[in-house]
Design a protein around this ligand. Structure first.
Ligand SMILES: [Zn+2]
Ligand SMILES: [Zn+2]
Length: 742
């Protein structure tokens, strides 16, 4: 007898029973142990942060990250799956600042660095239970009892090993560059962090008049969207082969590019025309009096290649402290770097009218001042995308800061070449979004002037300036002036370790910085096993990964840091196949965000429709990389179409098989002795099996799901519907047996 099928489809209790069985019997563990000698299929888990609640986006990544390893397990592979947690960095520090009711670095120092990082450490697993519960409920098989944790000493030691190797290659250096800087967090950020925080904003668009020296009533017309950088102006740039004009306009003479005359409002008369090179070296009057002393070294026109006619006036304002191009021009001509802005993004005393004011807030006052002095031509609102801190939402400023960099530009060609060999799903990411990012790679700004992170492992001699990168705890012990037993590799403890300079015997102190937490997560292929200090064999067999999968924003995050680090250390990609997932949208197709209040709690779906329904919907609705709408009605509809149909077909079979007391073990019937309908279905099942395997091997989840869905549809709407009478017959003849067996 077959077990009776309930007519009401209540999936949730069934799923709970299965989960219970998996837990009780340790099925996941056995699925690995039973395959001791099977070939490995290597999966890397991109570490989430457990100081925030999991949301619908995490559910999508987790069901996809489960599916492929599960399929590979079913087809005979051994798939170890180690969970991991990303635990360092700004996100954690920010939460703790909030918790403590403090903000900014001075207040952290006041509170005490040691207590602060203890709080950070305690907070990183705040939501670990929620993550565990969600992970288990959606059926993501992963070993959460032995995760890698980026703040563990073993993990940090592996990261130190990696940094030392990069340093030995001469690819880790300190430089003074204009870097994106968050004034609230008090630290510079890397380009991939910046790439995650662009927003459409309105900034003032300002046309200012710079008086030409010695020429009455004549001005260079200059455009900028950052009026607060005008006090730091030292030069104006033109392009030598563009045509410039001098025009008579509103009783004044203005100089600008001929191709940008459209910015003038109203009538004008062109009174002169010449190439940009004619303007080079012409002096002008500084429009602010704050740096009078620099008059001899600055305030004249130079030629530069980056000047365009896309917007503005064809004359560019140069402030070497606040722009990368500007900084290069500054170095070339020996212009002073005027930096009247402090680490919190506020004007210092040189700029007396706005001293102590956040620079962007000073824009208004600066405009008013220009207007009062009749050197403002006009100002408008200007919509453009501007980078904000990805963690605290403060507008970033571009500052000249001294920071530590990894020279990724030195391996640009290598990165591009290695990227060619990676299987991207969808394929266009390889040469598109990711390839472009690599094409334009700039040196990785690695250091963070913060507290809770992997300390940068470089010590510098007080006396002779000798630098040394420490690559292990053992080495730290050997070089330390004071012996010690144990040490936690965090601030402030490592800062207390003084090394003896191998060159001159003086004291060496550690640099104060910690590193970008994206370096931590990118080091996971080896750091998760404490390689090379342990598990060398295991690592060799589990590098690179066959499969990784995360959301699309990781092209500038984890996918990137993984590739850079492995290229530097091992000269190859750490992953062969990568499946990129799109964002989760609401019913209207709008991206879910807390901010908009349109977030669907995945638990609502899990409790009402169940995990299978949700998983099936996410697989079948659209390819994982296109944005998926996620709402309950859609899940229900998909559940009805697939799970419901399958349920009904099986329920139909059980009903009649039980009436007839049918035992499939007692019969066998060669397919050639069955009807055409039967043979059609058997053939269909076999070809679907083959097709689904091909599709799954290509990581084409959606096609595989749709292929299966169409099979269920064929069985229900063709086979069962056409064969119904065969089950109703009273005789158990060959035809009926064939129908049951099929
Ligand atoms: Zn910030
Ligand atoms: Zn020395």
């Amino acid at each position: 007898m077959f077990k009776k099928v309930e007519p009401t489809m209540n999936f949730v209790p069934i799923e709970e029973k299965v989960l219970d069985f998996w837990n009780r019997e340790q099925v996941f563990k056995k699925s690995i142990e039973n395959r001791k000698d099977a070939p490995n299929y290597v999966f890397y888990e991109g570490p989430p942060t457990a100081n925030g609640m999991p949301h619908a986006g995490h559910v999508l990544t987790r069901v996809v990250k489960d599916l492929i390893p599960r399929y590979k397990t079913m087809t005979g592979f051994r798939v170890d799956r180690k969970a991991g947690w990303d635990t360092h960095g700004l996100p954690v520090e920010l939460e703790v600042e909030k918790q403590l009711g403090i903000s900014g670095k001075p207040q952290i120092e006041n509170y005490g660095v040691e207590d602060f990082i203890k709080k950070c450490k305690n907070s990183v697993f705040t939501y670990e239970q929620e993550w565990r519960k969600m992970t288990e409920r959606v059926g993501f098989w992963i070993d959460m009892d032995n995760p890698y944790v980026t703040y563990h000493n073993t993990y940090i030691e592996s990261v130190w090993w990696a940094l030392k190797r990069i340093w030995e290659k001469g690819l880790l250096y300190k430089g003074n560059k204009v870097v994106p800087y968050c004034p609230r967090c008090g630290t510079s950020l890397s380009s991939h962090e910046v790439a995650q925080g662009y927003k459409e904003v309105e900034d003032p668009s300002v046309f200012a008049k710079f008086p030409v020296a010695g020429e009455e009533n004549t001005y260079f017309l200059v455009w900028t969207t950052t009026p607060w950088t005008l006090p730091s102006n030292v030069a104006l740039a033109v392009k030598d082969n563009y045509i410039y004009v001098k025009v008579e306009h509103n009783g004044e003479k203005l100089i600008l590019a001929e191709g940008r005359l459209e910015v003038l409002d109203g009538e004008y008369t062109i009174i002169d025309k010449f190439p940009g090179e004619k303007l080079v070296s012409i002096k002008y009057e500084p429009i602010f009096p704050f740096f009078e002393d620099e008059k001899d070294r600055a305030y004249y026109v130079v030629a530069a290649d980056f000047v365009t006619l896309d917007d503005g006036t064809g004359i560019v304002h140069i402030a070497p402290a606040f722009g990368e191009d500007d900084s290069r021009v500054g170095q070339k001509y020996g212009f002073p770097v005027l930096q009247p802005v402090d680490a919190q993004g506020k004007f210092t005393e040189e700029v007396s009218p706005w001293e102590g004011m956040f620079v962007k807030d000073a824009d208004k006052g600066i405009l008013k001042d220009l207007k009062n002095r009749n050197i403002l031509y006009k100002s408008q609102k200007y919509k453009h995308s501007y980078p904000f801190c990805w963690r605290c939402d403060t507008p970033l400023l571009y500052y000249g800061r001294s920071s530590w960099f990894i020279k990724t530009t030195a391996i640009r060609e290598k990165l591009l070449e290695i990227n060619k060999g990676i299987n991207w799903h969808p394929e266009h990411i390889r040469d598109g979004r990711f390839g472009n990012f690599l094409e334009n790679v700039i040196d990785w700004c690695l250091s963070r002037e913060r507290y809770w992170g992997t300390p940068l492992n470089i010590w510098i001699c007080d006396d002779c300036g000798h630098q040394h990168a420490v690559g292990s705890i053992q080495e730290l012990k050997e070089m330390s002036k004071e012996p010690f037993e144990d040490i936690e590799l965090h601030k402030p403890y490592v800062d207390d370790v003084t090394l003896e300079c191998p060159k001159c015997g003086s004291d060496m102190k550690r640099v104060p910085e910690v590193i970008d937490c994206w370096f931590d997560s990118g080091a996971m292929p080896f750091a998760q096993y404490h390689y090379p200090f342990e598990n060398e064999d295991y690592f060799d067999k589990h590098f690179p990964a066959d499969f990784i999968s995360e959301a699309i924003d990781q092209t500038r995050g984890w996918f990137y840091s993984l590739l850079v680090i492995s290229t530097l250390l091992f000269d190859k990609s750490p992953y062969k196949n990568v499946l990129v997932m799109g964002h989760i949208l609401d019913e209207q197709g709008i991206k879910m965000s807390k901010h908009k209040g349109n977030v669907l709690d995945p638990w609502k779906v899990l409790d009402e429709q169940g995990a299978d329904a949700m998983r099936w919907y996410l697989y079948v609705a659209s390819p994982p990389w296109s944005p998926s709408r996620f709402y309950q009605d859609a899940v229900s509809e998909s559940q009805r179409r697939f799970l419901g149909t399958l349920w009904n077909v099986y329920s139909f079979f059980v009903l009649y098989a039980n009436i007839d007391d049918f035992d499939p073990k007692q019969y066998s019937l060669d397919p050639t002795d069955r009807s055409e309908m039967d043979r059609w279905l058997l053939s269909k099942v076999n070809s679907v099996n083959k097709k689904v395997r091909q599709e799954m091997d290509n990581l084409d989840i959606t096609s595989a799901a749709r292929t299966m869905e169409s099979l269920i549809d064929d069985i229900s709407n063709w086979y069962v519907r056409r064969s119904r009478e065969r089950y109703w017959k009273s005789d158990m003849d060959n035809d009926k047996i064939a129908a049951y067996l099929t």
